[in-house]
Design a protein around this ligand. Structure first.
Ligand code: ADE
Ligand code: ZN
Length: 336
């Protein structure tokens, strides 16, 4: 079996996907049209020319404009179901999906509209494609802790639909400790916690996410390699990293895929996983990320199997479900 076919054949979990970042230009235009919203782009081609980023902020500025087309439950449903179709084509068996309620409630879209559209699509995806899922509600870190606290309270009627809270948006200047009280309360309400840290931000942000926010996973975390004590701690506490190779190159965290550090992360015994982040903006879904990084770094079949296994180990699935998926991977590995 070629390594490309192995990548396609392996069952995988995706743990770092912003659902708003899966909104493809074609669907964005279609939804804008039916909602009678004028996009600041004359065509899909024109929009795509804007997808040229210098850093995280230059991406976020465009990404938040794209979310403005989402108004009705149907919009959220269509966007989510389109992602699940792509996920199914890539043999994703489990997805832990981020959503940013504040991008919508700030535009007077009710929380209920957002969560119902997303979760109905996930339920249909589960029935149609057999993809299990969890939802993770992210707080926008460029907004205040007070606003995050309000969003946390607003989520409570839908708590049974949300497994964890996360932290995303502009990292530098918005350290994890800003949200310490919010995360403490979220944990008291029974949510698990994750946070973006060490994407652009200093490794100290990863320490803060661990110690102040008590996260179970770090999103990105690639800058941990700058701090040997931190590497040791992440290994000791078995904290996985949800790494997004295409995103890191598009947002200039690494100059190109050949310079990416995921192999070093694995060599340091970190539980690194591969994810797509915002696939509609960064040029590919999960298999594209696996294939791209495999080629660029010359990863072998053992590395690929390790990454697929890590995706389930790092998930919030039950031990039983983790085992079932890991056994599937073992079966495929034995056929090699
Ligand atoms: N929101 C969507 N994608 C993001 C990323 N890569 N980092 C921070 N916030 C985000
Ligand atoms: Zn992200």
């Amino acid at each position: 079996m070629s390594i490309k076919n192995l990548i396609k054949k392996l069952p995988k979990a995706e743990l770092h996907i912003h659902i708003e970042g899966s909104l493809e230009p074609e669907l964005m235009f279609k939804i804008a049209k039916r909602n009678k919203i004028k996009l600041p782009y004359s065509s899909i081609k024109h929009l795509k020319t804007a997808y040229n980023f210098n850093n995280l902020q230059s991406f976020l500025d465009i990404y938040y404009k794209g979310t403005n087309v989402l108004i009705t439950e149907k919009d959220f449903y269509n966007m989510t179901f389109a992602y699940l179709k792509k996920a199914h084509a890539d043999n994703i068996k489990h997805a832990e999906i981020f959503f940013d309620p504040q991008s919508h409630t700030s535009r007077k879209i009710p929380f209920k509209t957002v969560i119902n559209g997303i979760s109905k699509a996930c339920e249909d995806g589960k029935k149609k494609f057999g993809i299990s899922y969890h939802l993770i509600m992210c707080f926008l870190r460029h907004l205040s802790a007070n606003e995050a606290m309000k969003t946390l309270e607003e989520s409570l009627p839908f708590k049974n639909k949300i497994i964890a809270v996360g932290l995303d948006s502009s990292e530098v200047g918005n350290p994890p400790k800003k949200f310490k009280a919010v995360f403490k309360k979220a944990i008291n309400y029974g949510y698990l916690t994750v946070a973006h840290a060490g994407e652009e931000g200093h490794p100290d942000y990863i320490w803060e996410a661990l110690d102040e926010l008590k996260v179970k996973r770090i999103d990105h975390g690639v800058r941990c390699l700058e701090d040997p004590k931190l590497i040791k701690e992440l290994v000791k506490r078995k904290i996985p990293l949800t790494v997004c190779p295409f995103s890191n190159v598009k947002l200039k965290v690494f100059k190109d895929l050949k310079k990416h550090n995921i192999k070093q992360l694995l060599d340091n015994n970190l539980i690194a996983t591969i994810n797509s982040d915002d696939p509609a903006y960064f040029g590919g879904y999960i298999n594209d990320n696996y294939i791209g990084i495999q080629k660029a770094l010359g990863l072998n079949k053992k590395d690929i199997i390790m990454l697929a296994k890590n995706s389930f180990k790092a998930s919030f699935l039950s031990e039983k479900e983790k085992r079932r998926n890991l056994e599937e991977i073992d079966k495929i590995s034995k056929e090699l």
